[in-house]
Design a protein around this ligand. Structure first.
Ligand code: AMP
Length: 452
């Protein structure tokens, strides 16, 4: 690829598209665009390993628009599948941006809203369908989508689609669209599941990888803090947010419950406009929160992974992983929200004792060790409540057992032994008094959780 073009003009794109690219302010193609656009235009199947933030959306949307050219007939000729409605909407934005000087018609199909408007749009005739697999199949089964004219199909964030259990729907879709077609598959990671899918889906694909598998964008500065418990995580978060350079922050939590707790706490502290998005929030609330965050009106967005998937927000100054993600690939997706397209970003991860195991696995995936930063001395290290500590011990036992099935869990042995109530009470009292001290000792001995 030594002669790869370094301007958009060198691609075989028409004037309408080049003009729209210029309007969008893009002056230079990103590496994935340099590689993918000529291959897709030449009709190849493409396997693109690229995370969000690399410019992958334009890398396939531009050639698709070029191929679809202008409004034609009633039925879709291009199908783009994505795991979540947020990502569908992000892709739609790219189609709107780049298709603005064409008359191409498109429709977004996703759940969470009634299908009426979507069906009406289909009935008016469309060239491009952007859909989540579930809603696409629902409408197909209702007889609302004619699939025989689909000539190009894209699977975006294929790894996430598989994680979310969309394989059966993807298989059904492959059965109902013409065999002779061009396929493009994009994924942030290339694990065995994606590899299997790519074998089923792609024919002699050209494989392009903009960074080695699942490595994290170079512009993202990553750090981790070992934090003994939730209360201290909150204290540390508050401390970080006092810093004004945390100007546009996404805080990721592993569950709705944690997201709500963090949100409620921060909202009371009046640290600037704040919103929370998770699967229980209605579609419109989520869209509004995202828009307010994008426009810069909102400083802090608390989110779960599912809700934040596909969220296209540039210039995020910081991503804070309040919890370590349990689907490890989500780490890459989360931190991809910062440092997008040339802007420097920072990703901060809080790790409690039970999360250390998971973070180790993440480091294996990203093939790097994330530097550790000590908790600043101004941050109060709260003692770990007994139940929380028990929870961590239980989890750590489970992790050890997973690694070594012969491991006899210290926690469960203790648990099963029957002890008189008085003894337990005494222990609890003892715990209370010396808890902070013991905590510190334990943490000190690990050399991780201490203040500077
Ligand atoms: P994506 O990886 O597709 O999610 O894109 C990440 C961000 O980069 C989006 O906000 C795009 O608008 C932006 N972007 C994509 N390609 C370029 C480019 N060639 N020049 C500048 N910004 C870009």
């Amino acid at each position: 690829m030594s002669d790869s073009p370094s301007t958009f003009e060198n691609f075989k794109l028409n004037k309408q598209l080049l003009e729209a690219v210029a309007d969008a302010g893009y002056t230079k193609p990103t590496p994935i665009q340099e590689k993918a656009i000529p291959l897709a235009l030449a009709g190849h199947d493409v396997l693109g390993i690229a995370q969000t933030g690399t410019g992958k959306t334009a890398a396939y949307v531009l050639p698709l628009l070029m191929k679809a050219k202008y409004a034609q007939g009633m039925h879709p000729r291009v199908l783009i599948l994505a795991p979540t409605r947020e990502l569908v909407m992000q892709i739609e934005e790219a189609v709107t941006t780049f298709g603005k000087y064409t008359d191409l018609r498109y429709v977004c199909l996703y759940g969470g809203l009634g299908p009426k408007t979507q069906i009406e749009k289909l009935q008016q005739g469309v060239d491009i369908v952007i859909a989540t697999p579930g809603r696409f199949m629902d409408l197909y089964k209702k007889g609302e989508i004619f699939t025989k004219e689909i000539k190009t199909m894209v699977l975006d964030e294929a790894d996430k689609m598989l994680d979310m259990g969309f394989m059966p729907q993807i298989r059904s879709i492959l059965e109902i669209i013409p065999v002779k077609r061009q396929n493009l598959l994009f994924s942030a990671t290339f694990g065995s599941k994606v590899e299997r899918l790519s074998q089923e889906f792609l024919e002699f694909p050209e494989r392009i990888e903009v960074a080695p598998q699942a490595t994290t964008a170079e512009t993202i500065h990553q750090v981790r803090y070992f934090v003994p418990n939730i209360k201290t995580k909150i204290n540390l978060l508050m401390h970080l947010l006092e810093d004004e350079s945390f100007s546009r922050v996404i805080i990721f939590c592993k569950s709705r419950k944690n997201a709500e707790s963090v949100f409620n706490y921060l909202e009371r502290k009046k640290l600037g406009e704040i919103r929370v998005i998770h699967a229980n929030k209605g579609q419109n609330t989520r869209i509004n929160s995202m828009d307010d965050f994008k426009s810069g009106e909102v400083r802090i967005l608390v989110a779960t992974d599912v809700a934040a998937r596909g969220l296209d927000v540039s210039m995020v100054s910081h991503v804070v992983n309040f919890d370590v993600p349990l689907i490890y690939e989500d780490y890459v997706h989360r931190i991809g929200r910062t440092g997008r397209a040339e802007n420097e970003g920072m990703a901060v991860t809080f790790i409690n004792p039970a999360e250390e195991y998971h973070f180790e696995k993440i480091q294996d995936i990203i093939r790097m060790e994330v530097p550790t930063v000590q908790i600043p001395s101004e941050v109060n290290i709260s003692p770990t409540p007994f139940e929380e500590k028990q929870g961590y011990e239980r989890e750590i036992d489970g992790q050890k057992r997973r690694e070594n099935p012969d491991f006899k869990g210290a926690f469960h042995e203790k648990k099963t032994k029957h002890r008189p109530k008085t003894e337990q009470k005494k222990e609890k009292r003892g715990n209370k008094n010396s808890k902070a001290k013991r905590n510190r000792n334990q943490l000190k001995s690990q050399g991780k959780y201490k203040n500077k």
